[in-house]
Design a binder for this molecule. Structure first.
Ligand code: RB5
Length: 146
């Protein structure tokens, strides 16, 4: 799969670790930045990843800021995006299986790199179950049209 990744200045090191991890699993990574250590604005990178996924340029996205919150909120403003902040693998797996999340978010100031790898692995390996979950996800997405 092609995975778009974006982060702010708090998460460059973790992004690089996760980028290598994702590539080691056979995926292609589109690194949409930032790679500048100076303070930057996370909405820029959340939106970039959201647009890459919503347009189909990337299959899925991963966004990282200090908490995972700001950058996921920005990604979620792009139509078609379901970004979920996850701090452990169970939620990450269920975010795919039940919520069909297409962007994973976590916080570089919240979790360590080994936990981030476990979360990423659980998320990448899980698949949307469809069925009753599809109806509910469709209900969420219909909110964008009202
Ligand atoms: C940056 O200081 C911090 O606010 C940002 O990384 C993120 O945690 C915002 O939600």
């Amino acid at each position: 799969m092609k995975i778009a990744m974006g982060n702010d200045h708090t998460a460059i090191e973790l992004k690089n670790i996760i980028r290598e991890f994702v590539e080691s699993k056979g995926h292609e990574v589109m690194d949409l930045g930032t790679n500048e250590t100076g303070s930057c604005d996370y909405p820029v990178y959340g939106e970039k990843v959201g647009r890459a996924v919503a347009s189909g340029e990337a299959d899925l996205g991963i966004v990282i800021c200090g908490t995972g919150l700001g950058i996921s909120l920005a990604a979620n403003k792009v139509k078609g995006i379901r970004a979920c902040v996850c701090s452990e693998p169970y939620t990450a797996k269920l975010s795919r299986m039940h919520n069909n999340s297409n962007v994973l978010a976590f916080g570089a100031r919240v979790i360590g790199s080994e936990m981030a790898k476990m979360i990423t692995e659980a998320w990448l390996e899980a698949e949307f179950e469809g069925g009753r979950h599809e109806r509910r996800v469709n209900m969420i997405m219909e909110i964008e049209n009202r």
